[in-house]
Write a protein that binds this ligand. Structure first.
Ligand SMILES: Nc1ncnc2c1ncn2[C@@H]1O[C@H](COP(=O)(O)OP(=O)(O)OP(=O)(O)O)[C@@H](O)[C@H]1O
Length: 235
């Protein structure tokens, strides 16, 4: 494995709106994230965390000026096609889990594999079922989201995000809708699976109960990263 950062951000700014209504929401962001790291981003509401996460994930266009390199691809000024390609290496876990209610747990997870057209239908189903087993939902393969608890839905979302072995997982408030035990289970699971698969996780949260899964915590305040310290956990 190379020492080159998986995510490398230099002098990144971001603006919403145009002309007089233009508002700067990210200011001179500099951040490097290495392969296999779990980085948690904290900060008050409106400080810019989701904006930065969606830029890293190629879910919105980074404006030219600074540099945002993800897996060696420059995303500042990238075309829509380049962003689509960049997204294939990522898994996304968002608060509302974005499951399709008309699809079973197994079918939802299988959607995470559909860009992998080298796999047969049988292989996709086997791999999806295995992933659901890994997240403890072996007995829920054919359940619809409406028949699952919040924690179970979030585990389906994790299985879908990880099923295609993404190099990067981006998670926005993955525990916000969960009670403390389910929230803890969900992050422990993300941590275990990420370490097994060697992927890098960037996780935005307000949930102080889960900070200990991080290798590093970065703090965002008014669109600026204020702290990039290595987290030292008391033994
Ligand atoms: N699409 C948009 N158009 C205009 N302004 C936006 C847009 N999205 C976000 N903003 C503004 O950008 C700022 C940063 O928002 P962002 O959602 O990144 O913050 P956040 O730290 O993730 O907040 P929260 O913790 O509440 O989710 C806020 O002032 C928000 O109002």
């Amino acid at each position: 494995m190379t020492n080159e950062p998986v995510i490398s951000i230099q002098n990144l700014n971001h603006y919403f709106g145009q002309g007089q209504l233009q508002k700067q929401v990210l200011f001179d962001i500099n951040l490097e994230i290495n392969s296999g790291e779990i980085v948690i981003m904290t900060g008050p509401s409106g400080s810019g965390k989701t904006t930065l996460l969606t830029l890293i994930g190629g879910l919105r266009s980074a404006q030219s000026g600074g540099s945002l390199k993800v897996l060696k691809r420059e995303l500042c000024g990238a075309s829509a096609k380049e962003l689509t390609l960049a997204r294939r290496h990522n898994g996304y876990i968002f608060q509302a889990h974005n499951l399709h209610n008309s699809l079973t747990a197994l079918q939802n997870v299988k959607m995470g594999l559909e860009l992998h057209n080298h796999l047969s239908l049988k292989q996709m189903l086997e791999r999806s079922a295995q992933m659901l087993e890994n997240v403890g939902l072996k007995n829920r393969l054919n359940y619809y989201p409406d028949d699952l608890s919040g924690g179970q839905k979030q585990r389906v979302a994790i299985a879908r995000a990880l099923v295609n072995n993404p190099q990067i997982v981006l998670a926005d408030e993955p525990t916000a809708a969960l009670d403390s035990k389910s929230g803890r289970d969900v992050v422990n699971l993300m941590q275990t699976l990420a370490k097994e698969q060697g992927c890098t996780i960037v996780l935005v949260t307000h949930d102080n109960r889960i900070l200990d899964v991080a290798d590093r915590i970065v703090h965002m305040e008014d669109g600026k990263l204020t702290n990039n310290a290595v987290l030292s956990l008391t033994p």
